[in-house]
Design a protein around this ligand. Structure first.
Ligand SMILES: [Zn+2]
Ligand SMILES: [Zn+2]
Length: 351
């Protein structure tokens, strides 16, 4: 089955960071980071329902204004999650303009700050000139695992879920994983061959499978002749095709430190696709450390340790213009376990 997620970087690997993920079946999209996004068609940006900002260094937040301008006169509520201080940064951006003509505008920014101490939420409504109003944090749906203080679940919208890892970039910086629930699809041919008919009982069958109920659990079924019966879950399992949901990881602006790995690895675990910053070559490791960034070798090692299936590196330092392939090949070598033994030993000492 095709993935529900269609993801792409907003810019090339040397451009500002940003990742747009379209949720194919729902028609909406989520956006990670607000670097420059002028290259993104307005129609695509307008599909965005949720924005996740890693941190507000300029290259990750300068695209806020375009988003604001596009959404301003629309009847929309845009959810934005960010790290400690995000409320002040949004308020600061909004206070840079005059809003005396937006009384009738229904647009609302719904902003949640995520820290290890919990979350805070503010509403900024165009109708009130974007006056900042504190609100109760949005609850997660009942039964959702909230994660840990360092790896909180931010959103569980049913068709997608976003979890963060709060990492150290000399300021708190959020990494993210977007995933979707396991797909359960009833096979209509097998259903008919077994003599069962469609009906609401199939939804209850899927619930039982999702809940991990045992094989001897009894399920009320409807036969093709519309009579009712009770059958064990074990007998019905083969009617349903189970496809694991996709998972996409997004990591920028962090350091290869034990405390960061401790929050990143569980969140990124077995991602189908990991987008990871890769600004420096290993030979410029000191520069990377000083600026609180990863090297390409470290990016590849994180992907390998997290058992990611694919790795896409980006957020290259401009010093490597024309040599981007070196960054990619160093990250790939680390990802595939083909790193120079000396480098490997040093990375191993950290991890
Ligand atoms: Zn930064
Ligand atoms: Zn950056």
């Amino acid at each position: 089955m095709a993935s529900s997620f269609a993801s792409r970087l907003v810019n090339g690997p040397f451009g500002d960071p940003g990742l747009l993920v379209e949720l194919r079946w729902q028609g909406d999209a989520v956006l990670f980071d607000l670097g420059r996004n002028d290259g993104l068609p307005a129609a695509e940006l307008l599909k965005v329902s949720h924005v996740f900002v890693s941190h507000t260094h300029m290259d990750h937040f300068i695209g806020f204004d375009r988003l604001l301008r596009l959404f301003l006169n629309r009847d929309r509520r845009l959810f934005l999650h960010g790290p400690e201080g995000i409320g002040d940064c949004v308020a600061g951006k909004l206070s840079g303009y005059v809003w005396n003509l937006t009384d009738g505008y229904p647009f609302v920014f719904d902003v949640t700050e995520v820290t290890t101490a919990g979350r805070r939420r503010w509403i900024f409504a165009a109708a009130t000139g974007f006056a900042r109003e504190e609100a109760e944090p949005l609850p997660l749906p009942a039964g959702t695992d909230p994660g840990t203080p360092g790896t909180p679940v931010l959103v569980d919208a049913g068709h997608f879920r976003v979890r963060a890892a709060i990492t150290d970039h000399r300021i708190p910086c959020l990494a993210f994983a977007l995933d979707e629930p396991t797909h359960l699809n009833v096979d209509p041919e097998r259903l008919a061959a077994a003599g069962f008919g469609p009906g609401r009982w199939l939804a209850l069958l899927k619930d039982a499978l999702r809940d991990g109920r045992p094989d001897d659990a009894r399920i009320a079924v409807q036969r093709l002749d519309r009579t009712q019966a009770e059958v064990t879950l074990g007998e019905l399992r083969s009617l349903v095709r189970v496809t694991a949901g996709q998972k996409i990881g997004y990591v920028v602006d962090t350091r290869f430190l034990p405390a960061n790995l401790a929050v990143l690895l569980p969140v990124l675990h077995e991602a189908d696709l990991l987008y990871c910053e890769s600004p420096f070559l290993d030979e410029d490791r000191d520069q990377a450390a000083m600026r609180y960034h990863l090297t390409a070798a470290e990016a590849g090692t994180i992907a390998r340790m997290a058992r990611a299936r694919r790795l896409k590196v980006f957020h290259y330092s401009p010093r490597y213009q024309g040599r981007g392939d070196l960054l990619r090949s160093e990250a790939d070598a680390a990802f595939r376990g083909r790193l120079d033994p000396g480098v490997l030993a040093e990375l191993g000492a950290v991890a």
